[in-house]
Design a protein around this ligand. Structure first.
Ligand SMILES: [Zn+2]
Length: 350
């Protein structure tokens, strides 16, 4: 089977985002011999570009599956355009408000009601709740992507989050009331991004990605991590997942005997942020080609020490920088140029 992975330009000024679409099957055959899956839609403009792209290059207005990895605007807001303008077979997204009853006891304020909590979460995660409403209006089935879910035979496999881990993150989402102290560890980890960058030298023989702390937000760690298997080619998509979430995915995959160190393709988590990967993870998750979706004007995405580390682990790294990127195996001819891989940077952020 052939496949194409298209990264659609996302332009959020300094803000990066993800808008990705995959097509696999008999790419020269009928639409019915192919599967099309959208993973995140970036901002509204990228949602428009996604729709255009699917029409122009895939020649269809039908998408089999839309996946929203997590509720942050730079990933989810463009999906409403996709649901509005295309025929969508199903939507995978978490519905945090549906977990209100399970997590009610995690909060300090004992008088909070389940319906009060539901409303509060829905209001603060407006993009996500609007997307669910739109899906309902359009009769599109919505499923929550938790660890172990498989679709299309074995071709789509959700490696993380588990439902327990997801619920442990929810009390620390920006929207929720103040959690009890024992559930408040994640909130304390939100650190402001430092402004001044100090540069240090990197070298192929040293390991600069050796920090085990997880300072990623709970929302990012709730990202759906999905493995696509097309014939024997493995493609891994990570949303904005942090180290804890990625390690959970590794543990789960290895319990099933799935090796993530021989991927064909890796979607680098969180636009190449230095907070989301370390060498321990890169020993277990690696492959031939890695893509980073980052805006042209982003100051922190991707971190040079991350693109260097990916290269140290044997990957060819490509960064969107606000443009389109295509990775394919037997894809259709478009007359596009070969992309230039990211160079190894001698100076990196400290
Ligand atoms: Zn993001």
């Amino acid at each position: 089977m052939a496949y194409e992975v298209d990264y659609i330009p996302v332009d959020g000024g300094e803000k990066s985002g993800d808008a990705i679409v995959l097509r696999f099957g008999n790419l020269n055959g009928q639409r019915s011999e192919q599967s099309i899956v959208v993973i995140d839609g970036g901002f509204k403009d990228s949602g428009e570009l996604l729709v255009e792209h699917i029409g122009k290059y895939y020649g269809t207005d039908q998408v089999d599956l839309v996946i929203s990895t997590h509720p942050d605007e730079d990933h989810i807001s463009g999906l409403s355009v996709v649901l509005e303008k295309l025929k969508v077979g199903g939507l995978l997204m978490h519905k945090p408000w549906d977990h209100a009853a399970d997590i009610k006891s995690f909060f300090k304020n004992k008088s909070i009601t389940v319906s009060g909590l539901e409303k509060r979460i829905e209001k603060s995660l407006q993009y996500a709740s609007d997307l669910e409403d739109l899906a309902t209006k359009k009769n599109i089935s919505v499923f929550e992507p938790f660890q172990g879910l498989k679709l299309g035979g074995e071709s789509v496999h959700v490696l993380a989050p588990s439902s327990d881990y997801y619920e442990s993150l929810l009390p620390s989402f920006r929207s929720t009331p103040q959690p009890k102290a024992e559930f408040d560890i994640l909130t304390q980890l939100r650190k402001p991004a430092g402004e001044a960058v100090k540069w240090i030298q990197d070298h192929i023989g040293i390991d600069l990605l050796n920090d085990d702390d997880d300072t990623t937000s709970p929302e990012n760690n709730s990202s759906t991590i999905i493995l696509f298997t097309v014939d024997d080619h493995k493609l891994l998509f990570t949303g904005d997942a942090g180290k804890t979430a990625l390690l959970n995915a590794i543990t789960y995959a290895s319990s099933l005997g799935i090796n993530l160190a021989d991927l064909r393709f890796l979607d680098v988590p969180h636009h190449g942020s230095k907070r989301n990967l370390n060498s321990k993870i890169l020993k277990r998750i690696k492959g031939d080609t890695a893509f980073v979706s980052a805006s042209k004007d982003s100051k922190k995405h991707p971190a040079r020490k991350v693109t260097n580390a990916l290269q140290k682990h044997g990957m060819a790294v490509f960064v969107t920088r606000g443009g389109p990127l295509l990775h394919h195996n037997g894809g259709s001819e478009r007359g596009w140029f070969n992309a230039t891989p990211e160079p190894f940077h001698v100076l990196v952020e400290e």
